[in-house]
Ligand binder design. Structure first.
Ligand code: SAM
Length: 345
């Protein structure tokens, strides 16, 4: 794929001593722009190693505003978006070759995915006004930012971050810190040209020895094929709203039955008072655990009165605690019949 923006991006990477594995930008019929292996990749090979110094994190974006505490106080998504919008507006930024490759994707998204309009509706313009009002006016930055950063530009930057950022602290050693801290996000040049497939298997994380964010593939790729990473266990509804695309045969697809269940529960006040009515799902290969257990209680409730149900609740709770698999053979057979009927409807 001959692309002037890509050529200058490659030169930009080389100037920064970023050596990437044998991948190049290419256009693919199914997925659009992505990265192609120019040599065979074996299991365990690095797909990308982004030097830590090139990761666009909130710390870096805060430096743009001279370390202003007010900017550091912004949420990280807003802060990185602001950095991108600001550098895109300047036009002569040292980040321009990277920003140019990222901006190509925006046009794809707008042209191809009506759902992006929904995503735009959810973009909160607050970070922009917060950023602008917080920027120290004595430096003239506030006035310049107000003149240069339009709402459209900021929305573009917001979408770039949304669709291209990685989460840094996902490895096992950071699991504990994830419990009490927000995930730390970053833009990672070059890595963010990799497309998603739910069947790719990867190992990803910060490598202290390499001082880089490293992704290794756990599946082999022959020369000439598209190399994928896995953005996470997302169903198509999530992929569409967050990234603007869907994949066929997505094993994470599921149907939410909350509305149907709520309708049934309206007629069963006693069961409704026991169940938390949400997150009832079924997928192609799996009947959601919450859904199945709710059906067990509802079937039991349909065969008895309120007092009878209260007597049954302890044995139903045993299923929740993993102490038993069902309340009785009879009830379980009825549950299966009811689930089948509901799914056919
Ligand atoms: C991190 S970027 C990947 C590189 C991007 N395709 C590009 O041209 O720069 C994420 C975006 O790529 C596209 N994408 C990723 N995986 C895809 C897939 N399997 N099918 C279609 N589009 C995909 C979507 O537009 C998504 O928002």
């Amino acid at each position: 794929m001959a692309d002037a923006a890509w050529t200058s991006f490659e030169a930009w990477l080389a100037e920064r001593r970023f050596e990437h594995p044998p991948l190049r930008l290419a256009e693919f019929a199914e997925t659009g722009r992505g990265l192609m292996a120019t040599e065979d990749l074996e299991v365990g090979d690095a797909v990308v190693k982004v030097p830590a110094r090139l990761l666009l994190t909130q710390q870096r974006t805060t430096r743009l505003f001279g370390g202003s505490k007010a900017i550091a106080g912004l949420k990280q998504h807003a802060s990185i978006s602001l950095f991108l919008a600001w550098h895109a507006a300047l036009g002569y930024s040292e980040w321009a070759p990277y920003i140019d490759t990222a901006s190509k994707q925006r046009r794809n998204m707008e042209a191809d995915h009506a759902s992006v309009q929904d995503a735009l509706a959810t973009v909160d313009s607050e970070p922009l006004s917060a950023a602008l009002s917080l920027a120290p006016s004595t430096t003239g930055l506030q006035e310049r930012a107000q003149a240069l950063i339009t709402k459209n530009l900021f929305v573009w930057a917001w979408l770039v971050v949304n669709t291209r950022c990685i989460t840094l602290n996902t490895d096992a050693s950071a699991a504990q810190s994830l419990l009490d801290k927000q995930p730390r996000i970053a833009l990672a040049p070059f890595l963010d040209c990799l497309n998603h497939t739910p069947i790719s298997r990867i190992q990803a994380g910060l490598d202290r020895a390499d001082r880089a964010y490293v992704i290794r593939t756990l599946v082999a790729y022959p020369k000439g094929s598209q190399v994928f990473i896995n953005y996470g266990p997302h169903d198509n509804a999530f992929l569409l709203s967050e990234y603007g695309f869907v994949v066929s045969e997505n094993p994470y697809n599921h149907v939410c039955l909350d509305a149907e269940m709520d309708c049934i529960l309206q007629r069963m006040p006693s069961a409704k008072s026991i169940l938390v009515a949400e997150d009832y799902t079924v997928s192609r290969d799996d009947i959601g655990y919450r859904f199945l257990n709710a059906m067990r209680l509802m079937v039991a409730a349909s065969r008895t009165d309120d007092r009878g149900l209260l007597m049954l609740v302890p044995s139903w709770r045993k299923i929740l605690n993993g102490e038993t698999s069902h309340m009785s053979e009879d009830l379980e057979a009825l549950v299966i019949t009811n689930v089948q009927r509901l799914l056919q409807e």
